[in-house]
Design a protein around this ligand. Structure first.
Ligand SMILES: CC(C)(COP(=O)(O)OP(=O)(O)OC[C@H]1O[C@@H](n2cnc3c(N)ncnc32)[C@H](O)[C@@H]1OP(=O)(O)O)[C@@H](O)C(=O)NCCC(=O)NCCS
Length: 197
């Protein structure tokens, strides 16, 4: 199986603490704003233009956030381009119980193609990770898929490591490492990253 074939396979990455969060200021002209009531359509539009398959419907917003819409005011963010358009989104969401603990969850990071390649996802991660801290979280996780190499590079640079306890993780991370040599993936084995090193 190739990396491209794994587009529906979920890998999990974890960061066991929220100390020393990398700080990437936004480039001049860009800014972040918080989610406001009625921004569901904004979120769907950005996801539709950002995801490889453009089949993103309004219903997806409710699927993802419908259980706790009020939390989006504190946890949802948009990236605003110098021309005032909303061109990216990230959510500092939460997971009440993953392996018996509460976590912050980086959720649905996306930037429309025209604004990629400027490390903007790193600036967005700085905002979301600091929001976790201000909301009282102690650790963070996220789910992604192996072909999303730009996202995985960003997450590794932010100190996330693979959760090797997920079924199929060893094969997935072997394939990822072939195209993404990264210090955090050196020596990766079946060792469970959720266990103390
Ligand atoms: C993920 C996403 C937001 C990243 O956008 P971005 O910030 O513009 O990302 P960049 O193009 O700057 O790439 C991030 C890093 O990955 C690296 N990278 C990108 N593609 C790569 C590849 N094929 N191989 C190796 N490295 C790669 C870049 O060089 C960059 O590294 P650097 O920070 O050291 O320069 C954007 O690609 C996106 O919206 N993708 C679709 C949605 C998605 O996959 N979201 C993630 C859901 S989990």
């Amino acid at each position: 199986m190739s990396l491209a074939d794994m587009k529906r396979f979920d890998v999990v990455m974890v960061r066991q603490n929220l100390v020393e969060i990398p700080s990437y200021p936004l480039p001049a002209g860009y800014r972040m704003r918080s989610h406001r009531q009625g921004d569901g359509a904004t979120w769907v539009r950005i996801q539709r233009f950002s995801q490889p398959d453009r089949t993103f419907t309004e219903a997806k917003f409710d699927d993802v956030f419908g259980a706790d819409l009020p939390a989006l005011r504190r946890r949802g963010f948009f990236l605003v381009a110098p021309d005032g358009r909303d061109v990216g989104t990230i959510t500092a969401w939460y997971d009440r119980n993953y392996r018996g603990k509460p976590w912050g969850r980086i959720h649905w990071l996306a930037i429309v193609p025209q604004h990629r390649g400027k490390r903007l996802s790193k600036s967005m991660m700085t905002v979301a990770m600091n929001r976790f801290r201000s909301l009282g979280h102690c650790r963070a996780l996220l789910g992604t898929q192996p072909p999303r190499i730009a996202a995985i590079k960003t997450y590794l640079d932010f100190g996330f490591v693979p959760d090797m306890n997920v079924h199929g993780a060893a094969r997935a991370w072997r394939l990822i490492r072939e195209v993404l040599p990264h210090p955090a993936l050196e020596g990766l084995s079946g060792r469970a990253s959720l266990e103390p090193a």
